[in-house]
Design a protein around this ligand. Sequence first.
Ligand code: IVH
Length: 673
Amino acid sequence: MSAVEIQEKIAQLTQELNHYNYQYYVLAQSLISDYDFDQKLKELEALESQYPQFADPNSPTRRVGGDITSRFNTVKHRWPMLSLGNTYSQDELRDFDQRIRKIIGDDFEYVCELKFDGLSISLTYKDGKLVQGVTRGDGTQGDEVTANVRTIRSIPLTLKTKDYPEEFEIRGEIFMHKSAFLRLNKEREENGDQIYANPRNFAAGTIKLQDSAEVARRPLDCFLYFLYMDNRRKHFSTHWESLEAVRKWGFHVCDHTRLCSNIDDVFSFINYWDTERHNLSYEIDGIVIKVNDYAQQEELGFTAKNPRWATSYKFKAERVETILKSISYQVGRTGAVTPVANLQPVSLAGTTVKRASLHNANEIARLDLHEQDTVYVEKGGEIIPKVIAANLEKRKPDAIPFHYPTHCPECQTLLVREEGEAVHYCPNEDGCPPQIIGKMQHFIGRKMMDIEGMGNETIETFFKKGLIRNVVDIYSLKEHEEDLQKLERFGQKSIDNMLRGIEKSKEKPFEKVLFALGIRHVGETIAKKLALYFKNIDALAQASVEEIASVQDIGGRIAESVHQYLNTPIHQQQIQKLKDYGLQFEIEEKEVVLAGNGLEGKTFLISGVFADFSREELTALIESHGGKMVSSISAKLNYLVAGDKMGPSKLAKAEKLQVPIINEQELLVLINN
Ligand code: IVH
């Protein structure tokens, strides 16, 4: 292909992918299968990595992130990010309406919008392209989080139509859908990571991550609700018109926004959403009311803190009182202890609440709960009921305070709390029943070893009957068929089915086995990365904490956890036994389809962090051109591909052995020659 043809192909793929993204993430319409989408994305990625001179920072391939920001730049807002006045009372809303009437008379309209419960963001576009995303910060200046914003699929990187102003800022709210929140929090809990209290905290924590690839894995969405530009009245005369326009440019504007001709219409809107909000896929905490006409907005102006032309009405969280009967402490698979309040059943926001999360020891201390306290319970973030406080007036004078246990309620081991963490752990990971059962249940899970014919209850029963004590025993079950036959409700057919499932699981690839082991902080993606990088368990077990942490996206905490796990004798014995049973502890080298043979017969080692490629991408690039990757430096090594932050000892060794050291650009030159 000629340079022009390549550029054209890149432009065509970019446009197509942007269109599919828009249809899917903004209009919720799927026009293409995931597989076909991925194929097109891969094609574009390959072109961009082969011809980096044509790569665009706003390419749809950048949605997967990869840029690391070590410190966010502080950026001053051109238009300050004001907050809105707020009220919980409809009377006060009438006062707001009266004040407006006094200034601009009776001839005006309101725009009513949902008040999204997320974090506000300001996006700048120049020539139809996203150039900057900044958080609210203190309202005057915020953090520049552009790399992270680029990963949000519903935020257009390039606008759809051509009738936009040369430069503008658009404000909106970044949020996480309830379903994604529940799913990701569950995953975090399973991986032994701290969970977030509500979708807003999850979204806020995500946008401040330094690793944009991790941001890309956490599905965020963004509704836009306000446009700023010079001479805006030349283009639009009302807020409503501006929303219609930005919707056409490709922004996600909420469909529930309404024009209201008077305050009574506003009240109907409020009353409707006060109950209907529970059926939305995301959380809102109120309604925003804005005067529609720009000229009238300007006439009304601002107070010191807020616009006079807008305000917000907040919904009261539904709160009830009930008796705290007891607190139980649940021990999870990773040993994390979760306190749960057992309540006198009470009806709240349409459901009967019997239990509420108490999060951790800090929360219990803060609430200073006593036995038989009367407590206020709210549906925090509409999802998980939360104990807000005790009603002190109703506390009996001789009530005994609750204290966080010092020992595991299941196995009586002394609990530990890692520095900087709020959660207590039971360290007895190989002897504490719920942890053992939880680990085995995790091991057989669908995304791990996916053992057919074996479920969570089977694991529990087998454990209680003494048939299995750890994951290794699952593979010796076939030697105990008579014991299995003696179990109630377990016929020969089920036994055969299960034993077949167990046999079949031995074919699961290394990355699944690594995930299945249940190492703390090692989730599905981390396991995949480790497997791809180290290729087998022995190389991973021999790696130092620093080496593990040098893999892209693997932080120090994860590296420590992996290192510790693999250097514990009991785990080493278990892994050896699993190997003997035939489980996969190395990756199968895939046949690579050669894109070229420019690197044939040459060996490569990559080290450090690269600007344009992830290490996996570089490996794929080298292998697809006939090069061979090796894992250690020797005099025979043909090239060391060096990025930033390469270890000094590696560099010294390469220099001593006179191995040619090249950067990523030089690698591309080698390939193209
Ligand atoms: S308009 C000057 N519209 O609520 C106009 N804000 O206290 C400023 N919010 O910081 C904002 N939904 O984060 C506006 N439909 C909506 C909103 C909204 C949520 C947030 C926003 C802002 C806060 C106001």
